[in-house]
Structure formats: C-alpha cells, structure tokens
Design a protein around this ligand. Structure first.
Ligand code: ZN
Length: 247
C-alpha cells in the first residue's frame, strides 16, 4: 500500500493543488494529519478538496480553533485574527466537517497518525527528547505527525534515537528513507501550506509500505499568487512574508 501523507495545509489551495499534481498516480490512500485551515486564504477550497481526496483525516489545533472546539485565547494575536477570519469565511458544511474530525492517534493499515505528540495532539515535537515518548508509546511502529512544519523525523532502535534529516533535490523532487525492520519511526511529512524549515516549497510524503520506503517530497508552487490573496483577505504582513521565506 502506498500512502500520500499530507499535513498542515493551512488553507493554501495553490500549494495543495501542486502537491496533488506532483503525486498523481503514486499512491492508493491519502491521509491528512490536521491543520487543514488557519493562516491561508482558501479555507473552503482546501476543505472541499481534502474531503474528496483524503481517505482519513485527523484534526489539528487550527481546525479546533476555527470550528469553535478550542478557545482562541490560546493563540497569539496574529494566529487568532486568522482563526477568526477563517471561521467567518467557512461554509456551515465545511465548519461541521472540521468540528467532526477525530483526534489522533488514529491507525490505518500499519500507520499511526497524530497531529502533534502521540499523547497530546497540541504538543510540539521538535527535539529528540520530545520524540522519545511518542517513539515508545505509539500504537504503531511507523507514526506520522505534523504541527511543527518541519520535514524529517526520528527513529528508535535498540535504545538508540536518531534524527532523520533529508534534503529533497531541487525543483520538484524527493529524498528517500529506507525503513529498517525492528525500528520505530516518528516521521513528519512537513507542511504543505506554510513550511517553516527554511525551504519555501510545499512539503509532503509518500509512504510505500510494500517496499519499506518513505519519500519526503518538496514541490514549488506560485507563492506570490497566494500572498496576493492573503493581502486581499487582510492577513497580517508577517504571515504573508513568511511564506516566501519558508520560516
Ligand atoms: Zn500547523
């Protein structure tokens, strides 16, 4: 089974379209790790596209905020303004879909899906010390997580934890990780709509479980078109600027 793994789309329809075009014909099941909305200008377009393409999706903190499941006071002023705009913009149908998304961890055919940490969907997993608990306690050997917007991850085998750093080739390209037997993995496909790992291209992953390979992809998209729609929507300038920096 080949899985297309999407995360942190953040209402960026242009980036999502580029990802779906680049991955066409390379997967059988599509899973989404949450944060469909928040920050970006296209919440309805993104939710509708994911509703039709994803076989399984879990919720992120921004989905909870936009659908009213989480108090917006937890957010900084910029994220909060974006969440309020998103909530006003979403159709009742799409709001209902977001509020009904399940929390992780959710399992599908050998994979576990979480938004943040395995035990707390709102917690960030940046450092090895933060990854250890999830590596040990996840219901599955291979777990995909999001939330940090950093592509890469961690592996654990015989009491050794390793950080996985991959450098996908320029343009549209990927770097492959070979999965070893008896090793546990916590893997982040990166963010589609708002990468923060220094590479402005949209990020995603394809997990080919029949061949024990995970491909970490990057694909360029029309960032300026998205920035113009954000400007029209009245988004905060730092949010608009960070798309081009990938930070
Ligand atoms: Zn996010």
């Amino acid at each position: 089974m080949r899985f297309l793994v999407l995360s942190d789309v953040h209402a960026n329809a242009t980036a999502l379209a580029a990802v779906l075009a680049a991955s066409e014909g390379r997967w059988e099941r599509c899973v989404c790790l949450g944060d469909l909305v928040g920050y970006g200008p296209d919440p309805n377009e993104v939710v509708e596209r994911l509703r039709s393409v994803a076989n399984m999706a879990i919720r992120g903190n921004h989905d909870k905020a936009a659908s009213g499941l989480k108090p917006m006071e937890d957010f900084n002023p910029v994220a909060r303004a974006a969440a309020e705009w998103t909530r006003r913009k979403l159709s009742p149908d799409n709001l209902e879909y977001l509020s009904a998304l399940p929390a992780g961890p959710l399992e599908i055919e050998g994979l576990a899906l979480v938004h943040g940490a395995v035990r707390d969907e709102d917690e960030y997993v940046f450092a090895p010390a933060e990854a250890l608990d999830g590596l040990l306690s996840s219901p599955s050997e291979i777990t995909f997580f999001g939330h940090t917007h950093y592509q890469g991850g961690f592996s654990y085998r015989e009491e050794r934890l390793e950080v996985i750093h991959l450098r996908p080739q320029a343009g549209t390209g990927f770097a492959a990780l070979r999965l070893e037997n008896g090793t546990r993995y916590l893997l982040n496909p990166g963010s589609i709509g708002q990468p923060r790992d220094g590479d402005a291209r949209a990020a995603f992953a394809i997990a080919d479980l029949d061949h024990d390979v995970v491909e970490f992809w990057r694909v360029p998209y029309d960032i300026i078109a998205v920035q113009m729609r954000m400007r029209e929507a009245g988004a905060a300038l730092p949010l608009i600027a960070r798309l081009a920096a990938g930070r």
